[in-house]
Design a protein around this ligand. Structure first.
Ligand SMILES: Nc1ncnc2c1ncn2[C@@H]1O[C@H](COP(=O)(O)OP(=O)(O)O)[C@@H](O)[C@H]1O
Ligand SMILES: [Mg+2]
Length: 205
């Protein structure tokens, strides 16, 4: 009897003090940082940018100068996040490679999608070099972030089309999915629609 009560209390503690992370993924420029910061405020959860953590904690293995990207020691980052989540309990993780987190810590992974035409404008206004714009546009067109998220966290991935929505509206949609008022779906398909000329020109370069 004592053992059953003990196990029951342990289960209750596990359910109520569950460590978890909501991941905000998406191609660079889709609004991850803006959305993740506001979402963390609404939920009262801790905001974490994986690139900031990797840089501050020295988890950068190398730099791919040609692609202009950092090569991160994913294993070290994963372990660090497990420890961080044990102390902070609830995290909103901002990263286009946020799917690297251990699956048992992930509550949901939201992939922000943005019409490639708008994304092109945003990346241009950020003064990204052309090869970087091309790489990111291709990734958005084919849904690379969704594919990566699905391969590591099947059943936990929800796409949010952010096109024409304010940050506050995107955050509200995420909250609605979390509160089961809106369905979690993977549905965005830019390839079936006519791809705008300016996007096509850059991608086919
Ligand atoms: N929903 C939105 N509507 C309009 N502009 C946005 C929206 N979300 C982000 N932005 C703007 O787009 C740019 C990229 O946003 P950011 O949050 O840095 O994206 P990411 O972290 O995915 O690279 C910023 O200038 C930001 O102010
Ligand atoms: Mg960002």
């Amino acid at each position: 009897m004592f053992l059953i009560t003990y196990v029951f209390i342990l289960c209750l503690i596990t359910v109520f003090v569950m460590y978890e992370a909501i991941v905000i993924s998406g191609t660079p420029g889709t609004g991850k940082t803006s959305v993740a910061k506001q979402l963390s405020q609404r939920l009262g959860w801790t905001y974490v940018s994986l690139t900031e953590v990797a840089t501050n904690e020295g988890f950068i293995k190398a730099e791919d100068k040609e692609r202009g990207t950092l090569i991160i020691d994913e294993e070290l980052l994963r372990k660090y996040l497990r420890e961080l989540i044990k102390s902070r309990k609830k995290l909103v993780v901002d990263s286009h490679y946020g799917e690297i987190i251990y699956d048992d810590l992930v509550k949901k992974i939201f992939v922000l999608r943005l019409n490639p035409r708008i994304l092109l404008k945003r990346l241009r206004s950020r003064n990204y070099p052309n090869h970087k714009i091309k790489e990111n546009l291709e990734a958005e067109l084919v849904g690379t972030c969704t594919y990566n998220a699905l391969s590591l966290h099947p059943g936990k991935v929800c796409e949010i089309d952010t096109t024409g929505k304010k940050v506050v509206e995107v955050v509200q949609e995420i909250l609605d999915v979390l509160n089961l008022r809106v369905e979690c779906r993977v549905w965005v398909d830019w390839l079936s629609a006519k791809i705008p000329e300016d996007v096509l020109k850059l991608v086919l370069r």
